[in-house]
Design a protein around this ligand. Sequence first.
Ligand code: MG
Length: 342
Amino acid sequence: MKLSWTPYNLLLKHTFTISGFSRTTTPVVITKIEYDGLTGYGEASLPPYLDESQSTVIDFLRKVNLSGFNDPTDIEEILYYVDSITSNNAAAKASVDIALHDLAGKILGVPCYKMFGLDKSDVPDTTFTIGIDNDEVVRDKTREAKNLFNILKVKVGGQDDKRMIKAIRSITDLPLSVDANQGWTDRSEALDMIFWLKEQGVVMVEQPMPKNDLDNIALLTEKSPLPIFADESLQRLTDIERLKGVFSGVNIKLMKCTGINEALKIRKRAKDLGMKVMMGCMTETSCAISAASQIYSGMDFADLDGALLINNDCFNGSALENGKIIASDMPGIGVTLKQPIL
Ligand code: MG
């Protein structure tokens, strides 16, 4: 097995603003693992508010030595080794995990969803994110999105929350999800806002308060008329036990949890704990989005618009169909490279 990689910079279609941060590009690293004439592709997406960069990913990938493994389908064993190399580097590890699953699917001749016994059609609508912006831009983005999606996602958590929702509501009555990205700090104000949001047709709330403020979030969830999902509060499988009784559900992202293998474990544990699950993403190419689309059958919500927010997607893969991201039937994660970047 030969692992190689290249840095790549995603160009965003629109300046993307969430609570406290704006940007126009997202750096990623594209990986590939070659074996017996087959190639598996993977990706690490590195939004700047997280602690990984192209150089930390490449430093990590240089440490990965797959020469001791002869069978790429020994996924559990290989990824146990990869995870043991360092204690962090989740996105870098995900880039190996995704490439390995893609390769294993190609060796077995089946899409990953079939490897896991999942139904690729039994998936929730994906949300499409409207970033924080002035009313005119928000209305334009809403007009563009309303005929392609069945649910929109609004970034809130600041002074603009009601204005943003009203601007969207002047264009469409589609259901909305909101993501505060830890932006609300006062619990009773947050609860008042959630009651108001419910009246506006909002159906779920993501990460209302700071990620470690679990006592306040638990009290908020208890009184909230809408389900409250953890995003920043959940990284790895080991985080989930302490979130039971705190959140209604968890947002699973491949880049946070080291990839498909652990995402499936989080999904199972969350369901065993009686929690809801959603599949999320960063801004990423159709490589990582296609990987996520293989494993979100049966989940409650999905936010898989990452590849739709960029201008220079270097992969073909899972596609938007009637508001859902549907996996292709090609083996592995179901992608082809559009241009020879590595
Ligand atoms: Mg979020």
